[in-house]
Design a protein around this ligand. Structure first.
Ligand SMILES: CC(C)(COP(=O)(O)OP(=O)(O)OC[C@H]1O[C@@H](n2cnc3c(N)ncnc32)[C@H](O)[C@@H]1OP(=O)(O)O)[C@@H](O)C(=O)NCCC(=O)NCCS
Length: 94
């Protein structure tokens, strides 16, 4: 695995609206935190941040990607499930 980390920021009109970070670990490339300001949720911002992170990881040779989420966080669990349906992730363990 090529070790690289990534911090991504989303902006609108030069104002911060969202964030996501990923890090290389011994177990694979981990997406650690994704957050979007409440006013901008539901518009696909987190999906784009996560897709970019996955693309970045794959471009740098990381074959295994994973994330860990709170079991009651239905929003992010649904987002991860959507990535499975889009074909960019394979499994979601809940
Ligand atoms: C989770 C979070 C990052 C989603 O950001 P977002 O930009 O609103 O997400 P998107 O618009 O890209 O949504 C993508 C998918 O996630 C799911 N989703 C998002 N918000 C949801 C909600 N409130 N309830 C259920 N599903 C939700 C949906 O499947 C959605 O796909 P759809 O629009 O086709 O239905 C955002 O709610 C957030 O910042 N929450 C607080 C921080 C947090 O809990 N982060 C995750 C743990 S690190």
């Amino acid at each position: 695995m090529v070790k690289r980390s990534l911090e991504q920021f989303a902006s609108k009109d030069h104002e911060f609206i969202g964030y996501s970070n990923s890090s290389a670990t011994d177990e694979g490339f981990s997406t650690e935190m994704t957050g979007v300001l409440r006013a901008y949720r539901g518009g696909g911002v987190a999906t784009l941040l996560k897709l970019y992170g996955i693309q970045h990881a794959q471009m740098h040779g990381n074959g295994r990607l994973f994330t860990v989420n709170d079991a009651v966080n239905t929003a992010v669990l649904a987002l991860n499930q959507k990535l499975v349906h889009l074909g960019v992730s394979k499994t979601v363990n809940q």
